[in-house]
Design a protein around this ligand. Structure first.
Ligand code: IDP
Ligand code: MG
Length: 138
């Protein structure tokens, strides 16, 4: 069954001119880019997006980083999109990421790790709705 997931090309990757390379990996893996937009999000918007992590020690650094420069918000579609994007991304810490994954190829650190992907169906629904209106998802 076709499924949608939410993804971000994070500010570290955008500032290193890796947007095209990462989009290429995503398209080569069979995802359709349903929607994509460049945004420079605020600290407050980042805090709302990452609210599940509000008690974590990295929350303040993470939300500073995510609001430090432009990023790309995306909705991606394919069969099994949520799990397949997580696999394509690799582990959160690029030091542990599998060969061939986006984080292995492009991420610099556990915080500045190039890409976000929803971790489940409920999360994907929340995250798509947080950043995109229905009319943007044709
Ligand atoms: P995920 O992006 O692989 O799903 P999460 O555990 O959901 O990883 O964490 C969200 C984001 O928070 C990570 O992608 C990364 O940018 C940042 N992060 C996670 N753990 C740490 C940490 O231990 N130190 C600094 N930043 C972290
Ligand atoms: Mg996560």
């Amino acid at each position: 069954m076709l499924q949608r997931t939410f993804s971000i090309i994070k500010p570290d990757a955008v500032s290193k001119n890796l947007t095209g390379a990462i989009l290429s990996e995503i398209e080569k893996a069979g995802f359709r880019i349903v929607a994509i937009k460049k945004e420079f999000i605020t600290k407050r918007e980042a805090e709302g997006f990452y609210a599940v992590h509000c008690d974590k020690p990295f929350f303040n650094g993470l939300t500073d980083f995510m609001s430090s420069g432009p990023l790309y918000l995306m909705v991606l579609e394919k069969e099994n999109a949520i799990a397949d994007l997580r696999k394509l991304m690799g582990a959160t810490n690029p030091a542990n990421a599998e060969e061939g994954t986006i984080r292995k190829k492009f991420a610099a650190s556990i915080q500045e790790n190039a890409i976000h992907g929803s971790d489940g169906e409920e999360t994907a629904a929340f995250e798509i709705g947080y950043w995109f209106a229905g009319y943007e998802l044709l």
